[in-house]
Design a protein around this ligand. Sequence first.
Ligand SMILES: [Zn+2]
Length: 467
Amino acid sequence: MRTTRLLVAAATVTALAACSGGGSVEGTPGSSGVRDPYFPKAGNGGYDIGHYDLALAYDPDAGHLDGTATITARATQDLSAFNLDLKGLDVADVAVEGRAARFNRAGQELTVRPADELRDGETFRVTVRYSGEPVTVTDPDGSEEGWLTTEDGAVGLGQPTGSMAWFPGSHHPSDKAAYDLAVTVPEGFGVVSNGELTDERTRGGRTTFTWRTAEPMSSHVVTVAVGDWETDRSTTDDGLPVYTAVDPRQADASREVLGRIPEVMEWARENFGPYPFSSTGAIVDRVEDAGYALETQNRPYFPGAPDTVLLVHELAHQWYGNSVSPKSWRDMWLSEGFATYAEWLWEEDEGGDTAQETFDALYEGSYYPDEDANDSIWAFPPADPPDAERISASPVYQRGAMVLHKIRETVGDDAFLDLLRGWSGAHRHGNADTADFTAYVEKSAPDEDFTRIWEDWLYGDGRPDSP
Ligand SMILES: [Zn+2]
């Protein structure tokens, strides 16, 4: 099987080379990545995905996944071939616009060569049938993502690139799309995902759960969580659906904190502006099921019951990170710095430490009990992590939040809240980078000088000389 594919790959390369010399072919292959500074092969060039339709069947006992991904995309150049990101799994066949397409694989790149060339601006559908045992991906920083098997099922977590372990796509935040996911599991298992549950039906001992996300979503915050769930549906006072799914062993520990979701959402809307999505909630798995919480869209994922501050952090990401997504992984602080600052604001509003006190403790080195942890926030500037291993390190979170606090200090509380709301509105359902942010701040407060903040706090090495 593997040998056959290699031969096909070699034949494809020869064919492409022959055609390009002939002059009759105008299209060129789309690029294999979008030149992310840390994950250059993540995402793909030459097209833009609008919609994923994923039909998955998962057998938790065997750890086996069968999938059909139907992806609707628009070509952004004349295309003779294009790539999808897919890690592991076996591809049975690929079709473009219903016609069988040739394909080959190299590492995480699945190259598709449609029978007919695609024209710039053309909308096309690509269907990939695949199966196998999805893999767990170890990130450059040592954390695990991709497909994680849990005590009672599995969960897909994709920050930054792990979603390619369970479905083919353009796995970079710059290509957001709507999703329909239908996941079939043995009767008795539950499936939770993003968006809203639109259908649930059991036939022949198997249950299919259908979830729909209409708003644009980056693949790194797509999730599927298979297991034994206690689910609860309610609505906030203004009618926003709340859907929570909790592992029964975490039910008692989660009840009080999840009961505060409506209150946190109301507080967040006051501070961050209109909520960008059509439902909210949370997924609480067992403590040992993952090493971290993640802001999966609509309903964040928690390994074990979160405390309120962590809930605030992950819900704040719905505005900052999920609706306003980073343009590249270098812009991670626009996600984590904001979510961390949301924690400071919440604590301040709840009568705990003020954001100023939190800032001062970080600056003075008394925030963490451990000296190394206090020093670590000065390891590199938040807007420029040195490598992929450190895109989720503490400067991105804590020093990112300190940048926001410096802006608040400069413009005052009212203008700062206007800025938080304005920023989430200006890039709603889009992407932004650090340059977009500094330009936005400068335009919002044209009489202020932010030069020192950008030079010392955002881009500067080490601890600034004065707080
Ligand atoms: Zn976060």
